[in-house]
Design a protein around this ligand. Structure first.
Ligand SMILES: Cc1cc2nc3c(=O)[nH]c(=O)nc-3n(C[C@H](O)[C@H](O)[C@H](O)COP(=O)(O)OP(=O)(O)OC[C@H]3O[C@@H](n4cnc5c(N)ncnc54)[C@H](O)[C@@H]3O)c2cc1C
Length: 310
């Protein structure tokens, strides 16, 4: 029996593990992929106080080692089922079933897909959701970036280090990205904006060879020859597992209070269950806010355990 089980080993989960283990609670982190979550996919984090610039995976390793030092256990297992509405929480993975007094949900978010045929098949063969992860594979290539927000704009600037030409395909006629970044993108000599347009087909069998794009105002379609497509149209929370168990807000994010407590769909508090990080409804999804949530969730879990004499 654990005191705290944390589902997800991104920055929120690791921070929760650090605070929980340091409070001498028996703590287990379950992570299905790699420690650090989305943070580990970025080459540089430049906005975490105290670090002018640090690699995402380096930061993840440092954070995890710190949590492990205080006794947190980390298992590489995917959680496939959870029972959260009983005093003892049951967490089932592909390999084991675990029990705990409290559960902290830190499953984060994943990139939104275009939802087009061939998109899934061509992931790794030209389709990517992470420019900082895959950009270096596209040296001197022509690529498309789909989206108009900060992520799309940052992806374009990053890809401009490697690629010869970047089509920026956006369904509106202005970027939503922060002005300073948008200006850099639009004045970049390698960038060709394709306004008012959506991708309607990915062309290519074994590798991406092009995209067919439709202008939403004129209805006209046009084909662009590209070697890669970087999709940057937002994120979706990883909350499929808790659908029907936990109160979800708009967009499928978990609703919490300031103590990171969560409710069931009938709006009764789910005792001993907390959520932290990108998976929850909040205004800013960043490393610094994820770790803050994780710390608060662990503090609340500790308080719940003490107050209920568990
Ligand atoms: C390319 C990129 C660059 C970024 N750059 C910055 C930056 O410079 N500065 C900044 O502050 N933020 C940045 N961010 C955002 C930041 O990385 C996220 O806000 C942060 O990682 C959120 O942390 P999290 O722990 O809530 O979720 P995540 O990082 O999404 O971690 C969630 C973890 O849960 C795991 N998981 C999900 N479901 C299960 C399951 N069923 N079983 C087990 N494990 C599960 C996932 O595998 C994942 O590891 C960037 C994000 C991306 C994608």
């Amino acid at each position: 029996m654990f005191d705290v089980i944390i589902i997800g080993g991104g920055p929120a989960g690791i921070a929760a593990a650090l605070y929980s283990a340091r409070a001498k609670l028996k703590t287990l982190v379950l992570e299905k992929a790699y420690i650090g979550g989305q943070m580990a996919t970025t080459t540089e984090v430049e906005n975490y106080p105290g670090f002018e610039s640090v690699g995402g995976s380096e930061m993840a390793e440092k954070m995890m080692n710190q949590a492990r030092k205080f006794g947190a256990l980390v298992h590489r297992e995917e959680v496939v089922e959870m029972v959260l509405d009983t005093p003892v929480k049951k967490v089932v993975t592909s390999k084991n079933t675990y029990e705990a007094h409290t559960a902290i949900l830190c499953m984060g978010a994943s990139p939104r897909e275009l939802g087009l045929p061939k998109e899934k098949e061509l992931i790794g063969s030209g389709i990517s959701y992470c420019a900082t992860c895959d950009g270096a594979f596209f040296k001197e290539a022509t690529v498309a970036v789909v989206g108009g927000g900060d992520t799309a704009a940052e992806d374009v600037l990053y890809l401009a280090r490697f690629c010869n030409r970047i089509y920026l395909i956006h369904r509106r006629d202005t970027l939503r990205a922060t002005k300073i970044i948008a200006d850099l993108v639009l004045s970049h000599p390698k960038v060709v904006p394709v306004w008012d347009s959506v991708v309607e087909e990915i062309i290519g069998e074994l590798n991406v060879e092009g995209v067919r794009v439709r202008n939403v105002k004129t209805g006209e379609s046009k084909t662009f020859e590209v070697n890669g497509v970087f999709v940057a149209i937002g994120n979706v929370p990883n909350t499929e597992l808790v659908q029907g168990k936990v109160l979800l807000a708009q967009g499928g994010y978990i609703r919490t209070d300031e103590a990171m407590r969560v409710w069931d769909p009938s709006q009764n508090i789910l005792k001993g269950v907390f959520a932290a990080g990108d998976v929850r409804e909040k205004i800013l999804r960043q490393v610094v806010t994820a770790v803050s949530d994780g710390a608060a969730a662990a503090y609340s879990a500790e308080k719940y355990i003490t107050e209920t004499n568990l």
